[in-house]
Design a protein around this ligand. Structure first.
Ligand code: PRT
Ligand code: ZN
Length: 285
């Protein structure tokens, strides 16, 4: 039987959320992470556990059909594979940073200076775009210590909370790229594998849409219904049910996480009371 082979990070910042996504997609894999491979018991998919840097290469070569990797690693690798879905986790940015008391106005600061990074391709592309010529020092780890030991005047590294920069006396001065985990796929999947990938993407969409939405139930006096319904699109339109007490209704709908608090304010101002918010496990449009 054909199985889709997926490469995911063995252990690191992508691992837990990657496994959680498959679990929420109803795909059962038993304790794989300590082994090299594992097969799901209820979906034709085989997991390969690898270092994140190797994933774009394995997917390009077809050792794996698909993979989960950060956009930073994908773009840096410059491999001929496609990003098929943004997954919304492991969000971070690749940024330029300098010693915190340095006067910095714009990227031209780096003209003729040296920058330490593990992302030479991305940095080179960014500098070229800004017509800055600088000396790129490629190092594989602990980039943040480079200015302190006199290796470079600046660094280009991944930042998420910013605390690594802070504790090394550095400040973030420009963003080279924003990144998140993405699903990537080989460009030459067989028809059977493409069908399995489509099934998987259908499940992933349902999980991601659900994560990004809340189910809301509220009470309102009947004269406010029109106003409230206008605020709430719902999947098709909101549900309106009469309450036992005369003149009142219960309204049910779905609100997108991005506009959640704004909507709640508007609903309250329009007469909504007793608002209940419930997580959605999956949402199929
Ligand atoms: O062993 P393997 O090669 O598989 O893993 P790795 O050590 O190369 O990667 P890992 O697990 O650290 O990161 C995997 C992916 O997670 C990265 O490619 C990014 O897409 C994403 N990601 C999200 C991060 C961070 N957040 C992050 N904070 N990757 C690295 N960091 C590091 C950064 O390099 C810096 O040292 O964390 C430090 C900065 O964090 P803050 O919170 O102090 O700003
Ligand atoms: Zn790595």
């Amino acid at each position: 039987m054909t199985a889709l082979k997926i490469a995911i990070q063995k252990s690191g910042r992508l691992s837990e959320d990657s496994l959680k996504l498959f679990k929420e997609c109803g795909i059962k894999v038993t304790n794989g992470a300590r082994k090299l491979k594992a097969t799901a018991s209820n979906f034709p998919i085989e997991f390969l556990y690898l270092r994140d840097d190797d994933i774009p290469g394995y997917v390009t070569d077809g050792v794996a059909d698909i993979g989960i990797v950060g956009q930073n690693v994908l773009v840096e690798s410059a491999k001929a594979i496609d990003e098929v879905k943004k997954l919304g986790f492991s969000k971070c940015r690749l940024s330029l940073a300098v010693a915190k008391d340095t006067e910095y106005n714009d990227v031209s600061f780096f003209e003729g200076k040296s920058i330490a990074t593990s992302y030479p391709n991305l940095l080179n592309h960014f500098l070229t775009e800004h017509k800055v010529s600088a000396d790129i020092h490629e190092i594989s780890g602990s980039v943040e210590i480079a200015p302190g030991i006199g290796l470079a005047e600046g660094i280009c590294d991944i930042v998420s909370s910013g605390s690594t920069l802070l504790s090394n006396g550095l400040k973030e001065v420009d963003i080279v790229m924003k990144s998140q985990a993405v699903l990537v796929a080989n460009r030459l999947l067989s028809k059977k594998k493409q069908k399995l990938l489509d099934e998987l993407l259908f499940r992933i969409d349902a999980v991601l849409e659900g994560r990004n939405s809340k189910y809301v139930l509220l009470n309102a006096p009947n004269e406010s219904i029109d106003k409230i319904v206008n605020l709430l699109p719902g999947m098709r339109s909101p549900t309106v049910l009469p309450l036992a007490s005369q003149g009142w209704s219960s309204i049910h709908s779905v609100i997108n996480e991005d506009v959640f608090w704004d909507k709640i304010e508007q609903l309250k101002a329009s007469g909504a009371e007793g608002i209940l918010v419930v997580p959605i496990e999956k949402m199929i449009n």
